[in-house]
Design a protein around this ligand. Sequence first.
Ligand code: GDP
Ligand code: MN
Length: 381
Amino acid sequence: MDLLEYQGKQLFKRHGVPVPEGMPASSVSEALEAADGLGYPVVVKAQVLIGGRGKAGGIKLAKDREDVERAASAILGMDIRGHTVHELYVEKASDIAEEYYAAVIFDRSTKAPMVMLSRQGGMDIEAVAEEDPTAIAVVHVDALVGFRDFHARRLCFEAGIAGDVRGPVGALLGKLYETFVAEDAMLVEVNPLLITGERQVVALDAKVTVDGNALYRHPETGALRNAGADDEQEAMARERGLTFVKLDGNIGILGNGAGLVMSTLDVVAQAGGEPANFLDAGGGSKAEAIVNAVEVILSNPKVDAVLFNIFGGITRCDEVAGGLVTAFGQLQPKVPFVVRLDGTNDQEGRRILADASLRGVWIEETMLGAAARVVELAGAP
Ligand code: GDP
Ligand code: MN
């Protein structure tokens, strides 16, 4: 789960990473109130889950009330690369001498947290990585040893950090690592890491991604789930306890068991189709779960056909068939369904479907046959 800048900065503050003082605001009057409280000049910043806000005009310096009013009205409702601005962050303006870059991320290839530091902050770090990879210093941290002073010294030395700020930059990296571990983060990025005119070291931006599967350990962070940030269909599936990932195609997919659903996506792709989703109805899927799942799949208007691929183990094919019959009664789908039932009680399942004589339901014996059929029925996406 991605956090907005100000939410990330709240975590930073809690762990002692220095940040400028600021207040969130969701209207012009709240922005004015915040600015009055902070003292001028301030910066008014769009809060959206996407970077490059500065370039898009989502960050404005304001020296007085009039400026704040103008900036807040301009930024609220603005579209930044497909993200509408509903919230602002009003922050005490900082005076910029240098812009560095710092981050802690998971390096999956070495299976260790990786701390990065560069003097070339304030810009697109991917571009820096491409043009001059030596400009980014990197260390991998042994989780049992943790981030130590020697890591910090090495990063500062290799990144060529100015001598007078090596101490505070190193200390900030330590706090950043602490935030990463304590908050179960997947990514903590500070771009720019600011060196002010008075040589203070401050996190001027915050990009934090926390592990959604660890949110039960962080109820406060879990409560921050940003309304509107999630895909509507994914939110609907989550509410119903389904494992669902939205994809770009036009073939709705339902299977039981993550492995089977993954293979189903592959087989559909191999048959020339494009899946609209991943949906694992889970082991032991009951009729009610099937109705819920069908409703979620059909809520995507791009879906032209649906494939049910069920391998009955703990899941019983007759339960799934019963669920599908109920779903048809309640939802009256307008798109064809292809159903492959195999395993526990599959004959009974097929008999239930045949007896119900549902319109637009095709029964296929094999997974490959089912994939070919659904691709044919769905047509081009
Ligand atoms: P991003 O564009 O979404 O990454 O947003 P950032 O928070 O990184 O801000 C982008 C740029 O705006 C920074 O690199 C700074 O150059 C500038 N900026 C942000 N806050 C301030 C501030 O308080 N004072 C000044 N002078 N510039 C700022
Ligand atoms: Mn930034």
